[in-house]
Write a protein that binds this ligand. Structure first.
Ligand code: HEM
Length: 226
């Protein structure tokens, strides 16, 4: 073996040049995030138990679960721009969990509606959803979320292949827009657009960032650096 090519750095030099390991890579980071994501659920559960949901607990639960669905969708979409912005690629390891929490909250939202509003009367639900366009749009978003949740596991990614999996998961953009339309439609009946406008701006920034990135990548491919 040619010893001249071997590293001659000492242990203290190696320790000094070693990059600090990101806290995001700590095994406890995912457990902590999981617990944080469960907090809205824990709060709603406690508030329902303690009779602290206000005059109309059913409406409060439907609305709070709806709000958290939209918030988690936005948080999931924020992971990629944020990880690029703060140069922390390891943030990507939390995206799947956040996406699955969006699904968890939309299932709770739908169950709250089906149980507290409709008394689990399947016939009434089947008639009610198409009658109310805002509910139909929400239901469509829920249907689109099912394949994403079902294919969020490593075996499904392997079975589908990375390209097809990525193409399927692009429907998250349609889902968040349908969620926003659902919210807008519901609030339009009350002429109350303040909150909807905030979500619209957040979603426009998150999707606009992606459009810009695509444009930059396309231009870089068309005009290769000399
Ligand atoms: C991705 C899917 C969905 C998202 C993001 C979503 C989001 C929301 C949001 C943000 C609200 C308003 C909460 C507030 O007033 O603060 C809401 C209300 C509501 N959503 Fe959804 N939702 C979705 C799917 C569904 C589905 C599948 C149904 C049932 C078919 C549904 C039924 C309702 C109902 C009944 C309300 C309350 C309307 C009212 O109080 O007048 N949503 N949803």
């Amino acid at each position: 073996m040619n010893t001249a090519t071997m590293s001659t750095s000492t242990a203290p030099q190696r320790a000094a040049s070693a990059k600090p390991k990101s806290l995001l890579l700590h095994p406890a980071a995912k457990v902590i995030l999981f617990a944080i994501c469960l907090l809205p659920f824990a709060w709603m559960f406690y508030a329902a138990y303690a009779n602290a949901l206000g005059a109309n607990p059913a409406e409060a639960l439907i609305r709070k679960t709806g709000d958290w669905t939209l918030r988690f969708l936005c948080i999931t979409l924020a992971v990629t721009p944020l990880r690029t912005w703060i140069k922390q690629p390891s943030l990507a390891r939390f995206r799947r969990m956040l996406g699955l929490f969006s699904f968890f909250y939309v299932v709770l939202h739908f169950l709250s509606y089906a149980w507290l509003d409709m008394g689990f009367d399947i016939d009434a639900i089947v008639k009610d959803i198409p009658k109310r366009p805002f509910a139909l749009v929400g239901f469509l978003a829920l249907l689109l979320m099912i394949p994403l949740a079902a294919t969020s596991f490593n075996r499904a990614i392997k079975a589908l292949g990375a390209k097809r999996w990525q193409a399927l998961h692009k429907s998250v953009y349609a889902i968040v827009l349908l969620g926003l339309l659902h919210f807008f439609w519901m609030k339009a009946a009350k002429n109350n657009f303040g909150e909807v406008a905030i979500y619209a701006v957040v979603i426009a920034v998150l999707l606009g960032w992606r459009v810009r990135q695509r444009f930059i990548t396309k231009r870089a491919v068309a005009v290769p650096a000399r």
